[in-house]
Structure formats: C-alpha cells, structure tokens
Ligand binder design. Structure first.
Ligand SMILES: *[C@@H]1O[C@H](CO)[C@@H](O)[C@H](O)[C@H]1NC(C)=O
Ligand SMILES: *[C@@H]1O[C@H](CO)[C@@H](O)[C@H](O)[C@H]1NC(C)=O
Length: 360
C-alpha cells in the first residue's frame, strides 16, 4: 500500500466539494403536454419500471425545475402551478420563467398579451399586478418560488413595441422590469430575481443591455426604473447550434465580465447539446465535442468548469445550470437544426447522458 492510494481518494473528495454547484436544473415545462398527447412511458434505464419524468430526473440529481409561464395559452398559470406541485413533491426547488406573453418570448418575439394595455403606464401597472398574482399563487399552494425570471430572453426588452429597447430606448423596459421586480419583492422577499438574456456567448450584446437597463438607486416606487438592487441573478441561454460563435471561450468571457462588473450571481437557465445532429447542415460551435451522449456529457462538464472558475475568481457566484427540455419526446429537435437534443430516447428511456446532473 502506497501513500498514493490514500491521497487520491482524498483529493477526489476535496475536488467534488469545490465543484458542486447549488442548482442542477432541468426545464421540463412540456411534461404535462407530452403526457396528454404522446404515448410515452419514461424509464430511468432500459430495464427499469416506468416512472414519472420528474421522479427520474430527481433520482439522477435534478434539484430545481424551471417552469415557463405564459399569460394565457398552453403554459398558463394553472398549468405551471400543477407542474410545480409535482416538482416540489419529489423534492425540487422552483425556477419560474415569466414570458409576459401569451406565447413564446425570445429575442425575436415579445408580444404584449392580448388583453393587456399597450401604453407604458398601463403596462407598468399590469406587469406589477400580474407578477404579484403569480407569485402569490405559488405561495398559496405551498410551492414557493426560489428563483423567478422577470421576462424571457429580453435582450431587446420585454412587451414590444412599448418595451423594445431598439425602438424606445432603455427607459420603458427599465420601468416595466422594475414593476415586475417590485411585485416579487413585495409578494415574496426571499425569492431571487433573475434577468434572463439569450446568446450567453455574446459578451458585447449582454454588456450593452446590462450597461443600459439599470438606473441609479432611487425612491424605488412604481414608475421608476430598474435598480441594481432589484436584481440578484443574471440568467443566460447558451446553445451550440445557433451559430459557430457560441464557443465555450466566448461564454467564459461573458460570465467573467458579468461576475466582475455587475457583481451578480449567474445561472445558465437554458442549454443543451445534440444526441443526434447532421453537422453537414447544422454546424456546432465546438466541433471538437462529439455529437451524441458523450458530447452531451462533455458540453455540460465544460460549462461546469467555466462556472467553477468564476466562483473562484470573482464576487458574483455561479449558481448552476439548467438543461432545456431533456424529455420532450415528439419534439426532440427543440427548434434547432439538429434532430435530437434530448436526454431520453424516443421511447422515453434515459440515456447515459442523464448522469450530467450529478456532475454539475
Ligand atoms: C392593478 O391593480 C390596481 C389595484 O387593484 C388597480 O387599481 C389597477 O387598475 C390595476 N392595473 C391594471 C393595468 O389592471
Ligand atoms: C475563464 O476565464 C478566466 C479569465 O477570465 C480564466 O481564469 C479561466 O481559467 C477560464 N475558465 C475556463 C474554464 O476556461
């Protein structure tokens, strides 16, 4: 027996203590929809008995559920409340993504809900009231929200055209977001508030938004702008299949910049890597990482390494990573040019890459 056989396990233990992020997340918002439309039974392995997806995810290490909420339509409040109950029942925390829209909100679409006002004063008031009601509803059913996004991928502001930054400047967007933040603080002071931006790899775009959106600390009433103290966390989407600039090195630059400049915590709220992809038609941002389950594992491990280097270097803390829709059978492409981004097969069987959650 050499000394090494003692030292190596100790070193591995110390490393695992340093590297554990607080949140190992999955956004499985589609689950209730999938259960009602697709004939799929989820299993944790090819020999395991069927179980609800949230139970399988939890057993693989997921400790927070990201749930999108639309103002009406498929992912309305009732739907979100129901899913949150199931997530909480297996032991997960809750991350809510408010879209402030009746449909998907992303950098190219931020539609004002059909029964909301469209003028700025009306939107400020409506955003406050709506956000307050949502947060209260989660409190009331005893699934309190740990993290909440005020808007989804709002790189050019929420609620267009009124809140669109490239149309009306930062002022309207800043007021609207402050109204959302104020409502969260009032309804649930312990909930952390997240500003969520897409293209995490694009440091210049992220900085443009964060440099413009905050006003100096004011009296803070409804109608004033978003202050630094309104926001606890910056959330980023970062996908490898929407352009070759989405490199890990670029993501690292953004994260380092956010942590040192804004002193905010950081969470990757959406990411994924293809299990199946024709790279002849869809180029990936990290060609050295293979398509397939091994690549899914590498991509997440590389992001974990980036987040851990931020933890060590700066005041802002990296909170975790959320994998986007790992079990959406019937929509495996998830809007990408690749054919399958999931962590389960088309039969609902967990792939080997489900293990990513325990290495976050
Ligand atoms: C928000 O709620 C307040 C208090 O109930 C109400 O006076 C106001 O009209 C509501 N705003 C909108 C836009 O509905
Ligand atoms: C990220 O960038 C920082 C410099 O800002 C560097 O120290 C660190 O090693 C990088 N992390 C990774 C995982 O590349």
């Amino acid at each position: 027996m050499s000394m090494l056989s003692f030292i190596i396990p100790l070193a591995a233990f110390a490393l695992s203590l340093v590297s554990a992020l607080q949140y190992h997340g999955a956004d499985f918002s589609s689950l209730l929809l999938v259960e009602s439309t697709a004939n799929v039974q989820y299993t944790g392995s090819s020999t395991a008995a069927p179980q609800p997806l949230e139970k399988i995810l939890y057993d693989y290490g997921v400790n927070i559920a990201r749930i999108r909420i639309w103002t009406s339509g498929t992912y309305d409040l009732t739907y979100g409340l129901k899913l949150a109950k199931r997530a909480k029942a297996v032991g997960m925390d809750i991350l809510i993504a408010l879209h402030y829209s009746d449909t998907w909100a992303d950098p190219g679409d931020q539609h004002i809900p059909s029964d909301w006002p469209t003028d700025l004063d009306g939107l400020v008031s409506q955003t406050y009231n709506y956000t307050y009601e949502v947060v209260q509803a989660f409190n009331a059913q005893e699934t309190p929200i740990q993290l909440i996004q005020i808007g989804n991928e709002i790189n050019d502001g929420p609620l267009w055209p009124t809140g669109r930054v490239t149309v009306n400047g930062f002022h309207p967007a800043s007021q609207i977001l402050h109204a959302g933040a104020l409502a969260v603080r009032t309804a649930s002071p312990s909930t952390k508030i997240v500003v969520h931006l897409a293209s995490g790899w694009y440091q210049v775009g992220i900085s443009w938004f964060l440099d413009g959106i905050f006003v100096s600390e004011t009296e803070g009433g409804l109608g004033s702008g978003l202050t630094q103290s309104d926001v606890d966390v910056i959330g980023l989407s970062d996908y490898p299949y929407y352009g070759t600039a989405a490199t890990l090195s670029n993501l690292n630059s953004t994260i380092g910049h956010i942590a040192s400049t804004y002193n905010k915590d950081i969470i990757i709220v959406e990411t994924g890597w293809p299990a199946v992809c024709d790279t002849g038609t869809t180029q990936l941002s990290e060609p050295a990482i293979p398509v397939g389950v091994k690549g899914q594992i590498s991509w997440i491990e590389d992001i974990v390494a980036i987040l851990n280097s931020v933890n060590l270097d700066h005041g802002g803390k990296a909170l975790g990573i959320v994998y986007f829709e790992p079990g959406w059978v019937g929509n495996a492409a998830l809007g990408s040019g690749c054919s399958d981004i999931l962590l389960v097969t088309s039969d609902g069987v967990a792939r080997e890459s489900m293990t990513i959650f325990s290495s976050m």
